[in-house]
Design a binder for this molecule. Structure first.
Ligand code: DAH
Length: 351
């Protein structure tokens, strides 16, 4: 083999290699080319390795030419690689017939669900008044959902909550777990974990075993609020909720509080605002009454405070709970709560 190696041979090999290189158009082909000439057993590499065994007078000239050829091939390969990478777009256009002058397809941006929007708006109003947002579990113990809210087993108020129970019995044969029927259990959970002053707002999903109609869903959101401290009075409740109503429904709103019953508050109230559609004159939205009930509220029952180890002779507080979908329905004139869960884009895109 060594005897065949001449300067002319190396030259021809170099020229052949470069011609071949010019016709290659893919990265794979370039790599094959590199291996066949410059790889460990490539044709040029083999020659360079054999140079040592040439007669000394040939060794110098052939050696020099061999090394030059190697450098040349490497440089040309690098240039071709670069060119191929840069022509990527136009190559794609050629091969796949893409018209790169066409304007791109706009990516359709999503948006926040109307429930998310109203929940945020409600929370923002309370955060501005110093409340802190917390969230709790949707699968809840009977203990928090009922017992610690002064609704013991057998209490008639339990009938109001058509509950979805988890199929699991404790040692006594009772079902201790359910999908929470309201966000109120977080009152006890929060107070267990912190000492007054407490000011929290709890948005979250709730579930009830209910037949659905235009105003009832078996799953829905609630926003719960709780403030407990030394010296909190009913005036604080009124002031806070009045401010909330004005922020969400407009500065002219008037509010009305009437007695209502919830086992975990005493006294309990339902809060209404004057109808923003007819300014209280009576219309379809307020069912001709001029008032719209928007939430339940009250002063936290001493038993609830004692249940979490608070001294009820020292601390007092107020709590409230409202349904954001209902608020959104009122605010935007939506007449069916099921629309919130129907995933109908014609509905959702309006918000
Ligand atoms: N948890 C009640 C319900 O779902 C609503 C409620 C009423 C919450 C009065 C409160 C409250 O915090 O004080 O019907």
């Amino acid at each position: 083999m060594a005897t065949e190696i001449t300067a002319g041979f190396v030259e021809v090999l170099g020229r052949e290699a470069l011609m071949e290189l010019d016709g290659l158009n893919t990265l794979e082909a370039l790599e094959d080319w590199r291996v066949s000439y410059l790889g460990r057993r490539g044709r040029l590499t083999t020659i360079l390795r054999a140079i040592g065994s040439l007669p000394p007078e040939q060794r110098r000239t052939v050696g020099a030419l061999g090394n030059q050829t190697k450098t040349l091939l490497e440089e040309r390969l690098a240039i071709r690689l670069q060119a191929l990478k840069e022509s990527g777009v136009s190559r794609l256009a050629m091969e796949e017939q893409i018209d790169v002058t066409l304007p791109g397809r706009a990516i359709s941006a999503g948006r926040l669900h109307p429930t998310t929007q109203i929940v945020r708006e409600i929370c923002d109003a309370f955060v501005a008044m110093g409340f802190q947002i917390v969230e709790g579990p949707e699968v809840e113990w009977d203990k928090y959902n009922f017992e610690m809210l002064n609704i013991p087993r057998g209490h008639p108020a339990r009938d109001k909550f058509s509950s979805i129970w988890i199929d699991y019995r404790d040692q006594g044969g009772e079902y201790p777990m359910l999908l929470r029927t309201h966000t109120s259990p977080m009152q006890a959970r929060v107070m267990e974990r912190m000492r007054p002053p407490v000011r929290v707002i709890v948005p979250g999903k709730c579930y009830r075993y209910e037949a659905t109609d235009a105003t009832h869903e078996w799953h829905f959101y609630q926003v719960e609020g709780l403030a407990v401290d030394d010296g909190i009075t009913f005036a604080d409740l009124k002031g806070t909720l009045y401010e909330f109503a004005r922020r969400v429904f407009g500065p002219e709103r008037r509010v009305r509080f009437r007695c209502d019953y919830f086992p975990f508050v005493e006294p309990g109230v339902d809060m209404a605002i004057d109808c923003f559609a007819c300014q209280g004159n009576g219309c379809r939205i307020c069912k001709e009454s001029g008032w719209i009930e928007i939430m339940g509220a009250g002063m936290v029952h001493p038993r609830v405070l004692e249940g979490v180890g608070y001294d009820s002779s020292k601390y007092t507080g107020f709590a409230f709970g409202l349904g954001p979908e209902r608020i959104a329905m009122l605010k935007y004139g939506i007449d069916d709560i099921r629309l919130f869960y129907s995933n109908d884009l014609r509905f959702l895109r309006q918000f």
